[in-house]
Design a protein around this ligand. Structure first.
Ligand code: AHM
Ligand code: MG
Length: 344
C-alpha cells in the first residue's frame, strides 16, 4: 500500500473534526502516544549498541523479571505524560499501582492504560516486540479515581491501539471510527498512513497458540486445535501454525491476514496469561473496528467488567468465523453443531 503522505497527527485531527464538541485533548494525547513510541522505537533499533539489553534485577507485579527495555519504555511514558496536563493517571503492566500525575486529578481528563513493552522475551534475541495502549475518560470529580474508575468494561474505551517494532515500526489505532495503520518513516520521524480502514478477513488459514502448553490445555482447546489440523479442503483445513510469542506481532499478522490467536485458560492458569485492561481490551477494540471478534470463550472481551487492575483473561481473537468456531468448542458445543448452524 502506498502512503498518501497523511501523517498520524493530521489523521487524528481529521477524525476529530467529525466530533464538533471535541476539545482536541484526545487528539493531542494520541499524538503524544505516537511520540512515546518513536522514542521507544529509537531505543529498540539501537538496543544492541546502547547497553540497554538484559534484566534490571527487579521483578514486576506479575512475578516476571523486568528487562531494562521494559523499564526504559515505562519511564518514557511517565516522562512524556508527566507534565502534559493531558492524562490524570497512568496504569501500566510494569507498575503495581496507578500513577497519578497531578494533585487531586486537577489536570487531565483521561486515564491511559498501557503495556509499555509487549513480548519482552523477544527483546534479547532481536525479535518483534510492541507497545499496547488504551484510553478511557476519567469519571467526573476532583479526586483521584476510585475503583469504579478502573473497573470499566472495554466497550467504554475512547481510543486504543498498539505499535509493533518489527522490520518497520507500525502504529495501529482506533478512536471508534475504523482501525488505521501508520508506518514510521525514520528519515523524517513521522508516522505516515499506510493501512487505511483495515478489514480483517472473515476467516483465515492460520492459528496462533503456544503449543508447548498442550499438556495443560483443557480438552476443548485440544479438540479445537486438532480440528484445525485435520485435512478437509472443503472447509479450508488444515490451518497453518504461526507463533511469534509477542502478542502484538501475532495479533498484527492475524489482523491483516485473518485467522485466530488464542491464549486460553488452561489447567495450570485458569485465566490464561494475558491482561484484560492493557492487552486484551485494546486489541479487542481494534479487531472489532476491523470487523473481527474477541472473546474469552464465554464472553465478549469488551463486555467484561474488570475486578482487578492487573487481572488476566483468556483471549480468543481474530476473524469472526474462526473466533465463533473456537467459542463453539470452548463452550462445549460440538463442531457438528456449529457446522449444522452454518448451513441453516
Ligand atoms: P509481556 O507483556 O510481559 O511481554 O507478556 C505477554 C506476552 C505476549 O506478548 C505473548 O502473547 C505471550 O506473553 C507469550 O507467552 P508464552 O511465552 O507463554 O507463549
Ligand atoms: Mg504484554
Amino acid at each position: 500500500m502506498r502512503s498518501k503522505g497523511i501523517t498520524l497527527t493530521r489523521h487524528i485531527l481529521m477524525e476529530q473534526r467529525a466530533h464538533p464538541s471535541a476539545t482536541g485533548e484526545l487528539s493531542t494525547l494520541l499524538a503524544q502516544v505516537g511520540l512515546v513510541t518513536k522514542i521507544i522505537a529509537r531505543a529498540v533499533s539501537r538496543a544492541g549498541l546502547a547497553d540497554i539489553l538484559g534484566v534490571t534485577g527487579a521483578v514486576n507485579v506479575h512475578g516476571e523479571e523486568v528487562k531494562r527495555l521494559d523499564e526504559y519504555a515505562n519511564q518514557t511514558f511517565i516522562n512524556v505524560f508527566g507534565h502534559s496536563g493531558l492524562v490524570c493517571t497512568l496504569v501500566s503492566e510494569e507498575m503495581e499501582k496507578p500513577k497519578h500525575l497531578s494533585e487531586n486529578c486537577s489536570q487531565g481528563k483521561y486515564i491511559l492504560f498501557f503495556d509499555p513493552l509487549d513480548g519482552s522475551s523477544n527483546i534479547d534475541v532481536n525479535g518483534t516486540i510492541g507497545t499496547i495502549f488504551s484510553i478511557h475518560h476519567r469519571m467526573d470529580g476532583d479526586r483521584h479515581e476510585t475503583d469504579a474508575e478502573w473497573f470499566r468494561p472495554g466497550s467504554e474505551q475512547v481510543a486504543a491501539g498498539y505499535v509493533i517494532y518489527g522490520p518497520s515500526t507500525i502504529l495501529v489505532y482506533t478512536a471508534g471510527n475504523g482501525a488505521h495503520g501508520f508506518t514510521l518513516d525514520p528519515t523524517i520521524g513521522e508516522f505516515l498512513l499506510s493501512h487505511e480502514n483495515i478489514r480483517i478477513p472473515g476467516r483465515g488459514k492460520t492459528y496462533s497458540i503456544n503449543e508447548g502448553n498442550y499438556p495443560v490445555w483443557h480438552p476443548s482447546t485440544r479438540d479445537f486445535i486438532d480440528h484445525l489440523k485435520e485435512k478437509d479442503p472443503a472447509s479450508g483445513r488444515p490451518y497453518s501454525s504461526r507463533y511469534v510469542g509477542a502478542l502484538v506481532a501475532d495479533f498484527h499478522r492475524t489482523l491483516l491476514q485473518g485467522g485466530i490467536f488464542l491464549y486460553p485458560g488452561d489447567m495450570k492458569n485458569p485465566k490464561g496469561k494475558l491482561r484484560l485492561l492493557y492487552e486484551a481490551a485494546p486489541l479487542a477494540f481494534v479487531v472489532e473496528q476491523a470487523g473481527g471478534a474477541a472473546g474469552s470463550g464465554t464472553e465478549r472481551i469488551l463486555d467484561i467488567r474488570p475486578t482487578d487492575l492487573h487481572q488476566r483473561v483468556p483471549l480468543l481473537i481474530g476473524s469472526s468465523e474462526d473466533v465463533a468456531l473456537a467459542e463453539s468448542f470452548a463452550t462445549g458445543r460440538k463442531k457438528r453443531d456449529y457446522e449444522r448452524r452454518k448451513k441453516t
